[in-house]
Design a protein around this ligand. Structure first.
Ligand code: ZN
Length: 225
């Protein structure tokens, strides 16, 4: 193995200087083009925007150190990408169905303190993912949530019940949500699959909403803080 070849090959000082110039120009161009996307930050990128960033990134890298790649070609490519991006965002603003197609739709995960079954059937998200997100937002059980929406960028929006309207709900911390094996009278139980709450006569009763048979004791604690 020829280490000199791996590290230096035919690099000349002149080309090192050229790399320096190319990097500075490309760096400034990347900033300029990112400004042209109109985005103010990158905290919440949709899948579509991540694709644009990846495109820009791979276009920007090569011209920094490829001898026979004139910078103007990179500028043309980046301009076309930005133009496409701006056209797409404009179309998305004009036509709702187009936006749903590109960005995905937001969907209800919780309504009236119970899970929306269709949301989980569609497979957008698992119970575990959802519960961990709820825990992060200091939710103790589903009875505290009036509406839970999964936004198209993957974030959650939650509307809570006011304290006096909090009802019995499915606990979402694992130690509270253990399956029960016998039932006590006048205790409220929650279906672990859909969050439906009711009194039970026997442990393996069908849930009237989702016909699952796994129950846990429901709680109705209020939100703290
Ligand atoms: Zn159920």
């Amino acid at each position: 193995m020829d280490f000199a070849s791996i590290f230096f090959y035919d690099t000349t000082w002149a080309f090192v200087f050229e790399i320096l110039v190319r990097c500075v120009v490309m760096y400034l161009l990347i900033i300029l083009f990112l400004r042209l996307t109109g985005k103010r930050g990158v905290r919440q990128l949709s899948i579509f925007e991540v694709a644009i960033i990846l495109c820009l990134g791979s276009i920007a890298g090569d011209p920094m150190f490829t001898e026979d790649l004139p910078l103007i070609q990179a500028v043309v490519v980046m301009s076309v990408i930005i133009l496409l991006y701006r056209t797409t965002t404009w179309l998305m603003m004009k036509y709702q169905p187009f936006e749903d197609l590109v960005e995905g739709k937001s969907c209800y995960i919780v309504k009236d303190g119970m899970l929306v079954l269709e949301a989980f059937k569609r497979g957008n998200m698992s119970h575990d993912e959802f519960f961990s997100e709820m825990r992060r937002q200091s939710v103790e059980h589903l009875g505290q949530i009036r509406v839970g929406l999964l936004e198209s960028d993957g974030n959650f929006s939650i509307l809570f019940y006011p304290d006096e309207q909090v009802k019995y709900g499915l606990p979402i911390f694992p130690d509270q949500a253990q399956s029960i094996y016998k039932v006590k009278p006048s205790v409220i139980y929650a279906c672990t699959h859909c969050g439906f709450c009711t009194e039970l006569h026997q442990p393996l009763q069908d849930c009237p909403r989702c016909s699952c048979q796994d129950w846990t004791q429901a709680i109705n604690s209020l939100r703290v803080g």
